[in-house]
Design a protein around this ligand. Structure first.
Ligand SMILES: Cc1cc2nc3c(=O)[nH]c(=O)nc-3n(C[C@H](O)[C@H](O)[C@H](O)COP(=O)(O)OP(=O)(O)OC[C@H]3O[C@@H](n4cnc5c(N)ncnc54)[C@H](O)[C@@H]3O)c2cc1C
Length: 113
């Protein structure tokens, strides 16, 4: 049986420390290295890096708006008809606005869609 070692101490240092290795943390780490290749980045997770928290692979759905699509109409539909993001419509608008560039960046980094 594997015995879990307790009371071990490790000292690490880096220019940037990122806590959490979901898509947000991984994207931040890659972006920092892209902007500043010499910076050392340390990414830590309490569980498993790259699994999106507890939702490994999730539903496999990824939405984005094409640049020529109407963001206001998209937000209006989601808020009024579906009833989501009532509490933070600015965030929904920002997500919609950034989605195309974000997916393009992920593809550039090697993600397949
Ligand atoms: C069941 C389910 C299905 C989903 N399906 C989809 C889908 O099909 N398409 C889609 O786009 N989105 C989907 N999502 C949403 C998507 O998974 C999240 O929006 C996305 O994972 C959020 O990324 P994040 O990096 O902000 O957070 P997370 O992915 O949650 O990453 C946070 C990380 O931080 C770590 N962490 C937390 N606290 C600490 C701590 N104190 N110390 C160290 N590490 C810590 C966690 O272990 C985790 O790895 C789904 C979510 C769920 C729950």
């Amino acid at each position: 049986m594997t015995k879990i070692q307790e009371n071990t101490e490790t000292n690490l240092s880096a220019d940037v420390l990122i806590i959490g290795g979901g898509i947000g943390g991984l994207t931040a780490a890659l972006k920092i290295k892209e902007l500043s290749p010499d910076a050392s980045v340390l990414l830590v997770d309490k569980q498993t890096i790259g699994w999106g928290g507890k939702a490994n692979k999730g539903a496999g759905v990824l939405w984005m708006l094409m640049p020529d699509q109407d963001i206001d109409a998209f937000v209006d539909f989601h808020v009024r008809s579906i009833g989501v993001f009532l509490n933070d419509q600015d965030l929904l608008y920002a997500m919609a606005k950034e989605s195309y560039a974000a997916v393009k960046k992920l593809a550039e980094w090697g993600s397949r869609f």
